[in-house]
Design a protein around this ligand. Structure first.
Ligand code: NAG
Ligand code: NAG
Ligand code: NAG
Ligand code: NAG
Ligand code: NAG
Ligand code: NAG
Ligand code: NAG
Length: 444
């Protein structure tokens, strides 16, 4: 099908869907969708999809031309079926990167010539190692109106060479993300498969108005640090209707690291995460642990997790500072999970020894409700900080059943205030002693 006709078809399909179930909430309205009729193909720039030719020059030339053509309404870069091997490249504003069905954009494994860029100011250094960091495979800085979409073609990071360098301790700098947008607005990522990222998969940082939906993100369960989607110091981000199965947190909301994040002071706010299915040895939905710019107004709903480390994980640490506030998580189903819910103030390392041990995080106004779990080894733990107890933690209508052969293991808590209503197994005294019947309106 011609891709323009196909796009129209998708619009109608979406409309029909919307009419059929008008009460289903979606990300629509956050970013204006654009159908771009001006098109170029990667083959116009000498791109060859034979899986052997290195197409870095073709991608860079195509993006350069799109940037300098400046066509009204922007330009679509079409990637036809085939395997297009390439080094990393930048996107530009007003473009759509379109992967046809059967199109694969595959990263070279040329780690020695991989471009280096400056560390993020809110991290002060690379996340893994001091100094700069390798540029993301597909990168965008200071952009607006960018779409990555298509017919579920694949962006493949061929990350195993990077994972092995990590395992062997031979990495020079922090590994590249698969896709990163920095300082950008009005971004849509949909109908693409992301595979084998060297590090985090999709990283919007210092961005606003970002929609990520109908994506599939895959990496082996033993691949290190392959987080699915990490909205970082970003606002108005909506993530929905996606399948994510990786070696680290499926979605983790972040906002910078210790003294660097505190100084940069850019929060993540207005983040919606819904209808995500997946599995991982780490967390399903996480906040943190890098939260120094603050994380506020987060809504997580209709999450389906299986074979997990932790279902829901809110994590921070001493030295982080940052306010974590107004987080609502509801309608979560989890199956075969090591720990259902974990809220902790002692997770994650520090960038260096210059962090301020008196910079205590504040966590308040956390509601978790309508959660059902089966084969959950431990229901949950909530450990606040002695000098900054977590407050306003409300658990409501939560049932986390243990494995049949074992007794339900109880909740563990310290330094937390809040309430619990209809929670099984019975949560700790810190929560039950302050609970109020009916609602979970908790004193903070
Ligand atoms: C992007 O498109 C808009 C609207 O067509 C135009 O005003 C703007 O100059 C374009 N921006 C760039 C960077 O090409
Ligand atoms: C891509 O963007 C990075 C960071 O913005 C920049 O350092 C680099 O020069 C750009 N590369 C190309 C080929 O334009
Ligand atoms: C792509 O995959 C998503 C998620 O599985 C699915 O919802 C969507 O219909 C697929 N799109 C196309 C164009 O095949
Ligand atoms: C951080 O930014 C917020 C506004 O977003 C402001 O209220 C606050 O004072 C700032 N904090 C610091 C330490 O600059
Ligand atoms: C809390 O966050 C939600 C989004 O999850 C938002 O709709 C609501 O207005 C926020 N509440 C306050 C008091 O800011
Ligand atoms: C969760 O997803 C699995 C597929 O991964 C599906 O079989 C199951 O029905 C879903 N459960 C719920 C409660 O949505
Ligand atoms: C409790 O949560 C379950 C989902 O786990 C939901 O189906 C049910 O409607 C909830 N009950 C109430 C009273 O909200």
């Amino acid at each position: 099908m011609h891709r323009f006709v196909f796009a129209i078809f998708l619009c109608f399909a979406a409309l029909l869907n919307g009419e059929a179930s008008a009460d289903v909430k979606t990300c629509s309205g956050i970013v204006e969708t654009r159908v771009r009729t001006d098109e170029v193909s990667i083959t116009d720039f000498g791109g060859v999809g034979d899986g052997k030719t290195v197409n870095t020059a073709a991608f860079r030339e195509a993006v350069y031309r799109i940037e300098h053509l400046s066509r009204r309404g922007g330009t679509l870069l079409y990637v036809p079926p085939g395997v297009f091997l390439t080094g990393s490249f930048n996107l530009t504003s007003n473009m759509t990167l379109y992967l046809a069905r059967g199109a694969v954009i595959k990263a070279t494994q040329d780690t020695t010539n991989w471009p280096l860029i400056a560390p993020l100011p809110s991290y002060g250094r690379g996340r893994e190692l001091p100094g700069g960091r390798y540029m993301s495979f597909i990168h965008g800085d200071g952009l607006h109106d960018v779409i990555i979409t298509g017919e579920n073609g694949t962006i493949d990071g061929q990350g195993d060479i990077w994972w092995n360098m990590w395992r062997q301790g031979t990495l020079q700098f922090t590994r590249p993300n698969l896709v990163e947008f920095m300082n950008s607005q009005s971004i849509i990522i949909s109908n693409v498969v992301f595979k084998n990222s060297p590090f985090w998969n999709i990283h919007p940082v210092y961005c606003s108005n970002v929609v990520i939906h109908y994506v599939t993100i895959l990496a082996p369960s033993d691949s290190p640090n392959t987080d699915g989607i990490d909205p970082d110091s970003s606002s108005n981000v909506c993530i929905e209707d996606s399948y994510i199965s990786t070696g680290d947190d499926l979605v983790a909301v972040k906002s910078g690291w210790d003294e660097y994040g505190i100084a940069y002071n850019r929060s993540s706010t207005g983040i919606t995460i819904r209808r995500i299915t997946g599995s991982s040895p780490f967390a399903g939905i996480a906040v943190g642990s890098e939260t120094s710019g603050g994380v506020e107004n987060i809504l997580v709903e209709h999450i389906n997790l299986s074979n997990m480390g932790v279902g829901i994980h809110l994590k921070t640490n001493t030295g982080r500072g940052g306010l974590i506030k107004n987080i609502t998580v509801s309608d979560v189903y989890m199956e075969n999970v090591r720990k259902g819910i974990k809220i902790a103030g002692d997770v994650g390392g520090h960038p260096d020894d210059k962090y301020d041990p008196n910079a205590l995080p504040v966590m308040t106004d956390i509601t978790i409700r309508n959660v059902r779990g089966e084969r959950v080894l431990q229901a949950g733990s909530i450990h606040g900080l002695k000098d900054s107890p977590f407050s306003g933690v409300c658990l409501n209508n939560i049932s986390l059943a243990g494995r049949v052969e074992e007794r339900d293991t109880p909740w563990q808590c310290s330094n937390v205030r809040g309430g619990a209503v209809e929670v099984s197994p019975l949560p700790c005294a810190e929560l039950t002693s302050t609970s109020q019947s009916g609602a979970c309106s908790v004193p903070s």
